[in-house]
Design a protein around this ligand. Structure first.
Ligand code: IDC
Length: 476
């Protein structure tokens, strides 16, 4: 996804580490810090702070103190320990990042609720000096001692109105804001679409003609690319499946749809089993697709038989691999017990809420099969949605084995709930397998014609009627 021009609040901060300077004569401004607004939306922003040690000698610790104006608070911070006193927020090391080696840096980030930028800034007790500069300016990292402190009036680049009418043209680069998925205008949006079945089994269901029907006949916003890892999937041919995924990203992009890259682990259920494969795969696809705005990464389809701590640990190893190439992409983390927020193994979303993944711009996956998962699961989703950004990256209209007839009442109750909560979804599956969850009648994909209702199963007919209704994508 493209790193658009973002207004940067860059404070080049002269740091005098008092206790340290008593022993070593540091050149002026040997240490600096920059504050970058990495993402912003109508009600808040995400800031990234880099404390640079530009001397060749290690710095033993650091402290950044920011004052925020009335109406703006810090909601969460990462890679740091934060304390609050009135409107002053003090950021100290997380523990492992206290020492900054010579010519190196420490990073932390925070989410601000409210749009006010810091009105005052101290680094290791000394006043910060700095200017507001665009990200590409070389001045961004140069000290500017006579400039005022970072200005609270720093503005954010507002994207121009959309030039096209596809979901991608209207919404552009997505990002998580609060507990919602938001578009380039900072407004919550619900994406509705279809998931592929296993790429290894139904390649002729995923052609340009097929995606034409999904985009233009179904008016879908999203195509989920389910790349199985086992069962004849990625592990058997990493480069071949990587190419197939990239090709589908392009086909979706050309039709104005988002593409969700699903690392479809299922059995074994512990994602750690595939950690190295995940790192290799996501390094490749995030590098190749970094400039695109239509990619969403789903890093683990359905963890099962593994603790939340195990899933979180996997996520915190895979997310940085993606971020290194594609820093502003939305990433979705699977949840315990086949992405049931833990419910199917007797747990709940509380284990996530109390111990979230240490990363920003992420969402959590929830899956259901309407014939198997009913009121108690709906209640849990409603509860979790108040605290966590959720995406239903997969669901079926029948039973959890992928079969069964359409449970119309439960499916309708589910989709109505997701619409009300503005939770995006992808339906399992766009395939012509002879099983209840498949949207296409057997033989459709070899026939090569996908539009209209004649090729659809009961499940496909219901989903098409729900997905093709008008979208609500606010642009102001
Ligand atoms: C099922 C397919 C089925 C296939 C099986 C192989 O519908 O044709 O033989 O996978 O593993 C999930 C999984 C998804 C399942 C689906 C239905 O993410 O891979 O697909 N399901 O069982 N979670 C809950 C249900």
């Amino acid at each position: 996804m493209k790193r658009r021009a973002k207004t940067i609040l860059a404070a080049a901060l002269a740091v005098a580490a008092t206790s340290f300077a008593a022993f070593v004569a540091l050149p002026a401004n040997a240490e600096t810090a920059t504050i970058t607004v990495a993402n912003s939306w109508s009600s808040g922003y995400q800031a990234q702070v880099t404390v640079n040690n530009e001397s060749s000698t290690a710095l033993n610790t650091w402290k950044v103190e920011l004052v925020l104006p009335a109406g703006t608070t810090v909601g969460q911070a990462w890679n740091t320990t934060m304390s609050v006193s009135g409107s002053t927020y003090t950021f100290t090391p997380a523990g492992w990042n206290a020492t900054i080696p010579g010519n190196s840096a420490a990073n932390f980030g925070f989410i601000a609720n409210g749009t006010g930028r810091p009105t005052s800034c101290l680094v290791n007790g000394k006043a910060c000096t700095g200017t507001v500069t665009p990200p590409s300016s070389p001045a961004a990292s140069s000290p500017a001692p006579s400039s005022p402190a970072p200005s609270p009036s720093a503005s954010v680049t507002t994207p121009p109105p959309p030039t096209g009418s596809t979901p991608l043209a209207i919404n552009g680069q997505l990002r998580v804001c609060g507990n919602f998925l938001c578009n380039q205008y900072g407004k919550p949006v619900q994406l509705r679409g279809m998931s592929s079945h296993g790429l290894q089994w139904f390649p002729n269901c995923y052609t340009g003609t097929a995606l034409d029907a999904i985009a233009k006949d179904w008016n879908a916003d999203l195509f989920r690319i389910a790349m199985y890892v086992q069962e004849g999937g990625y592990e058997t041919n990493p480069s071949g499946f990587t190419s197939q995924v990239n090709n589908l990203v392009d086909l979706a992009e050309a039709r104005g749809m988002y593409a969700m890259i699903d690392f479809h682990i299922l059995n074994p259920g512990d994602p750690a089993y595939n950690l190295q494969r995940a790192k290799t795969f996501f390094a490749a696809v995030s590098q190749r697709n970094a400039a695109k705005k239509n990619v969403i990464y789903e890093i683990a389809n359905e963890p099962n038989g593994v603790s939340w701590a195990g899933i979180k640990n996997y996520a915190e190893q895979v997310i940085p691999v993606i971020r290194a190439n594609d820093p502003d992409a939305v990433i979705i983390v699977g949840t315990r017990a086949w992405s049931s927020l833990g419910v199917s193994e007797g747990s709940s979303s509380s284990e996530i809420i109390s111990n979230p993944v240490n990363a920003s711009n992420i969402m959590y996956a929830f899956h259901f099969y309407a014939g198997s998962h009913k009121d108690n699961y709906r209640a849990e989703v409603q509860r979790a949605a108040a605290s966590l950004p959720l995406f239903v990256t997969e669901f079926g209209t029948g039973t959890a084995d992928g079969g069964g007839s359409v449970d119309t009442a439960s499916t309708t109750a589910w989709i109505d709930l997701l619409d009300r909560l503005k939770i995006g979804y992808a339906n399992w599956s766009w395939a012509d397998k002879a099983e209840g969850s498949a949207a296409l009648r057997p033989g459709t994909c070899s026939g090569g014609s996908f539009a209209g209702t004649g090729v659809l199963t009961d499940s496909g007919t219901l989903l098409r009627s729900r997905i093709r209704t008008a979208d609500n994508f606010p642009t102001a």
